[in-house]
Design a protein around this ligand. Structure first.
Ligand code: SF4
Length: 307
């Protein structure tokens, strides 16, 4: 089914060897899959899509990984799980002695971006083993939306994920400008800076956000149109899935999460106590738990993320 008014700018999907759908099991991810499937069918490249789920372990809502797998199967796509080597997110917070925050989101780079790049490496190797001779072209597709936060509003729906070792003309140009500026001890203009993306000599990676301009209502329309199952946390009023206690979540979302997952909230509170670092500058997990205990549990939706 086509949803009116939601026609995104679509890159030429046939120009990619692999199309990686980053899936979380959440509603935006499902809407992205729905739109990607529509476009991939039209371009006859459904067989190039691989779903990847970055597993955050016990920081996630129960059943999230299984639901992500179910979503991949629903569209008939290959499913891969990646995770950081070593401890899970909550243990890592304890090891580092600090929670992530909006300006230092090491959780995303360590537990999502980095592990997804290991899948890219594997997929490139698969093609090279099958005698693919050129740089492998990968389209990295995500369900991020402008409506979610000011930071996401600033993202472009389609960008090249360039890097120093990428041989494409734009990355070469940036490298030349940067090397020259370094020799002359001059600063590099922001627009010419070398990027630190996922591309390299073996792979050319572009990022596409097919539902970037979609509203929450658009997303739910696509979820319902898809016919796939959504996570029960939404029916309990949660506006987003991902980590149960995301440092970027709104206060009402965190309070609702603490009501729904009290044991996990208690675990975060213990980490907070042990490290002496607050869950968030403006809000401790102890305060969230206290507010959760003093507030009646409702199933009405709560306010979304703010980060
Ligand atoms: S959901 Fe929030 S806490 Fe979890 S990895 Fe993403 S930004 Fe970090």
């Amino acid at each position: 089914m086509d949803l009116p008014g939601l026609e995104p700018e679509v890159p030429d999907l046939t120009a990619y060897d692999w199309i990686i759908a980053n899936i979380s099991g959440g509603k935006d991810s499902l809407a992205m899959m729905y739109e990607l499937a529509r476009q991939a069918r039209a371009a006859n490249v459904m067989d190039r899509v691989v779903c990847v789920h970055a597993d955050l372990g016990d920081a996630e809502w129960p059943g999230t990984r299984e639901l992500a797998e179910e979503h991949a199967a629903f569209f008939g796509w290959r499913f891969e799980v990646v995770a950081r080597n070593g401890s899970g997110l909550i243990d890592r917070i304890e090891e580092r002695g600090m929670f992530p925050d909006a300006s230092n989101r090491w959780c995303t780079s360590d537990f999502k971006r980095g592990p997804v790049r290991t899948l890219m490496t594997r997929l490139v190797r698969e093609l090279l083993a099958a005698n693919h001779r050129d740089q492998v072209r990968i389209l990295n597709v995500m369900g991020l939306r402008a409506d979610e936060s000011p930071a996401r509003r600033r993202l472009l729906a389609f960008v090249h994920d360039g890097a120093r070792t990428c041989p494409c003309p734009d990355c070469r140009r940036r490298r030349t400008i940067s090397d020259e500026a370094k020799r002359n001890k001059r600063p590099v203009p922001k627009k010419d800076k070398i990027r630190h993306g996922a591309s390299n000599t073996l792979r050319h990676v572009d990022t596409w956000l097919p539902v970037h301009a979609w509203s929450t209502a658009d997303v739910w329309s696509a979820v319902w149109a898809s016919g796939a199952r959504s996570h029960p946390a939404y029916a309990a009023g949660m506006p987003r899935l991902s980590c149960v206690f995301c440092v970027l979540a709104s206060r009402p979302a965190l309070v609702r999460a603490a009501q729904l997952q009290p044991d996990l909230a208690a675990r975060y509170a213990r980490v907070e106590k042990k490290t002496g670092h607050r869950f968030r500058n403006d809000l401790t997990m102890a305060e969230i738990i206290a507010e959760a205990a003093a507030t009646p549990l409702r199933a009405t939706p709560v306010a979304c993320w703010q980060g």
